[in-house]
Ligand binder design. Sequence first.
Ligand code: GLU
Length: 441
Amino acid sequence: MTVTRFAPSPTGYIHVGNLRTALFNFLIARKSGGQFILRLDDTDPERSREEYADAIKRDLEWLGLTWDRLERQSERLDRYAEAADRLRDAGRFYEAFETPGELDLKRKKQLNMGRPPVYDRAALALSEADMDRLRAERGEGHWRFKLLHERIEWTDGILGDISIDAASVSDPVLIRGDGLVLYTLASVVDDMEMGITHVVRGSDHVTNTATQIQIIEALGGTPPAFAHHSLLTGPQGEALSKRLGTLSLRDLRARGVEPMALLSLLARIGSSDPVELRGSVEELVEGFELSHFTSAPTKFDENDLFPLTARHVAALPFEAVAGRIAELGVPAELAPRFWEVARENITVLDDLEGWWRLCRDGAEPLVEPEDRDFVAEAMALLPAPPYGEASWADWTEAVKQQTGRKGKALYMPLRKAVTGMSRGPEMAQLMPLLQRVRARG
Ligand code: GLU
């Protein structure tokens, strides 16, 4: 059975970049009838917050990305300690005592000499006496996994065949001096014990994957299938990282973006398949193929979310919006017509408010100087509300008779005077909703 996971750290709100990872893992699981696990990578008690954990769950629920199981790394610390013991017993784990400053200096020296900044394994040469002294001086050391210096290879679900020379990678630190279990160890132990079969994550994790494969093998496990998706950039190819704060799911939601618009876009951009607005999460599963995604950075333009949102919204049945429309104060007998008139003329549902205000209070008239007399004459012929089905036809016919204007020269100035806009709904449909026409004076 296919088992995937989305493993955010609850140290912030999730954004479009994280969502892409979540969505891919979700779709892979759903496509094969497997399981999708939400795993909170919360081993760091200082940075992890319950409020973020709750927000992540709420965001996923809003999107309809349901998980079959919730796991928290903070509840599994004993499992990681046990794995660390096994690595120690296998001679693959060693204690090192360099301070961050010392490591930084080593890296700079290596870079100056034109060498890759790979940890030099100086700690492996320490005697027991050295270690006792360092421990007395500096406290507990941090623990590094000893990589086997051979090539690490896998066939990536998106990148294809990958081969990384382990000697070009530093032995990863798995446990900090203060005992904190770091992501790499916790993630590997969870992936093994939770039976994860497929891991999809961003291409910034490729090197992690190489080291994780060796750790899994050292612990006697079989690595899952890995795939690394490209990272999102802005529309001009610029790094998105600085702007991710404004592209959090909660912000997009507050701006009226609809879940299916967001999911439809993110499930296809960066692939050879076209973006199509889908009606449900189930429909997204159809045609989702990881192998169709490119390794090149993927351009993401938040503006693309709004036409998709508008189309999603326009297709909603009245029942789906009735509550919202009632909240605006639209009288029940007008509500279905109000929706029919407004649905094609809004981008986000919040735009309904403006349309209701226009119906209730009238719009600031838009009158071109050359139409002033014409509009005044026409308004004198417009009876007071309420209006009915035939009001627009009756009124414009009367104006036509009196002024001799016809076609666009007749209709456009009247539309602008009544609605304050040159475009919008069918006037005949709109008239029965108008409680006031300000241009009448
Ligand atoms: N918590 C890690 C992150 O958010 C998970 C990476 C992974 O999928 O293994 O980057």
